[in-house]
Design a protein around this ligand. Structure first.
Ligand code: CUA
Length: 384
């Protein structure tokens, strides 16, 4: 009885811990697929998990029963061994054959699913280059389809990957610095972004919506602050989005926004490009560790995105229970506090090694005055 009394609270704590891992509506739940590719994976995972669960229960219950049945008893003779099963052919062949058969069946379904998921790339209607960088994701759309992503008509954006809903989109996953991993759990499995390599991943969502994920390969100081957002839009809205992204921005003619634009050109051109505003002043920094920040997000249509700073900070106010800025929130009420805090001291919002000696990463503290911050916010808000 005392043993049981000790066991019950322990088991309750373990069960409680286990249940805290459950959520009915988690935004990054790979077990609730919202696209055809993720559903194929889910259709494989569920029966495999069930089989593994049944095996687990059978083995554990068997082990407990055997331990109980053959436990040492006070009147046992210490010098006699229990009956041995070594050489029992039926048993030995059985416990090799049964796992082999189970794994063989699972292997067949797994390989079929791998090929099916792979074949989804063939149905892709468009392709986007996905580039990981410490610590944010860049997306490049080869709009004219000539295989290059740097023509004037092509689109370069960051943090929000926008795709048409209901269609397969092929991603060309790359990295500029270290290994990252791209994963939108509700839409497909993950894919490593490796410097010097092109990895293919296809994503598709059933319906319009905003899907989130985060970098899943440890990539340095702010790995935990490197998120990704994928916005699926109805085809006509996607076309309008893409068309708008191709337009250049403009320096506002007057007011705070104009002052902010000029400040941007003079202070931010070393890293950030806004097409139509600082094309002449901007100098691409190349890649590698010998530069201040390598590439920085292209901000031409900054105000059409839901989040910034590696998608960790919301750009717009939202009612979403998980705090995920939705498509309809974009262009609504600016989350001024987040943007101001970022401009005031970026490394305070997101560790970026900017304060260390030698090569550093990410946006430094530019020691802007409150007036300059207001001007920059006014300017950035015009970039729609
Ligand atoms: Cu990028 Cu972890």
């Amino acid at each position: 009885m005392t043993r049981l009394r000790r066991f019950v609270p322990l088991a309750s704590v373990a069960l409680l811990l286990f249940l805290t891992a459950c959520a009915s509506n988690a935004p990054q739940d790979t077990l609730e697929p919202e696209g055809p590719i993720a559903r194929k994976i889910d259709n494989l995972v569920n029966p495999v998990f069930l089989a593994a669960g049944v095996v687990f229960v059978l083995v554990e219950v068997g082990a407990l029963l055997i331990m109980r049945r053959f436990r040492a008893r006070p009147d046992d003779d210490d010098n006699t061994l229990p009956a041995q099963v070594h050489g029992n052919s039926a048993l030995e062949i059985g416990w090799i054959a049964v796992p082999f058969l189970i794994l063989a069946v699972i292997a067949v379904f797994t390989v079929v699913t791998v090929f099916e998921v792979d074949a989804e790339a063939d149905d892709a209607t468009m392709s986007v280059q996905v580039i990981g960088q410490q610590w944010w994701w860049e997306y490049r759309y080869d709009v004219d389809g000539d295989g290059r992503q740097d023509d004037p008509d092509d689109v370069v954006t960051a943090n929000d990957l926008v795709i048409p809903a209901g269609t397969n989109v092929r991603l060309d996953v790359m990295s500029r610095d270290v290994i990252h991993s791209f994963w939108i759990p509700k839409l497909n499995g993950k894919k490593d972004a490796v410097p010097g390599r092109h990895h293919e991943l296809t994503v598709a969502s059933d319906e319009a919506g905003t899907f989130v994920g985060q970098c899943t390969e440890y990539c340095g100081l702010s790995h935990a602050y490197m998120r990704q957002r994928l916005i699926a839009l109805p085809q006509d809205e996607f076309d309008a989005w893409l068309d708008n992204q191709q337009q250049d921005a403009q320096l506002p003619a007057s007011g705070d926004a104009n002052a902010g634009g000029n400040l941007f050109v003079s202070s931010c051109s070393r890293c950030h490009l806004i097409e139509g505003v600082n094309d002449d002043e901007y100098e691409e920094q190349g890649s590698g560790n010998d530069v201040v920040s390598g590439h920085a997000p292209n901000l031409t249509h900054f105000a059409t995105r839901g989040a910034f700073a590696g998608a960790i900070l919301p750009l717009w106010e939202t009612d979403d229970p998980d705090g995920i800025v939705q498509w309809d929130d974009i262009g609504g009420e600016l989350d001024r506090d987040a943007l101001e805090a970022w401009l005031r001291d970026p490394p305070a919002e997101k560790p970026m090694a900017a304060e260390l000696d030698g090569p550093s990463r990410g946006m430094p503290d530019l020691e802007l005055s409150e007036e300059q911050i207001d001007q920059l916010v006014a300017f950035l808000e015009t970039l729609d």
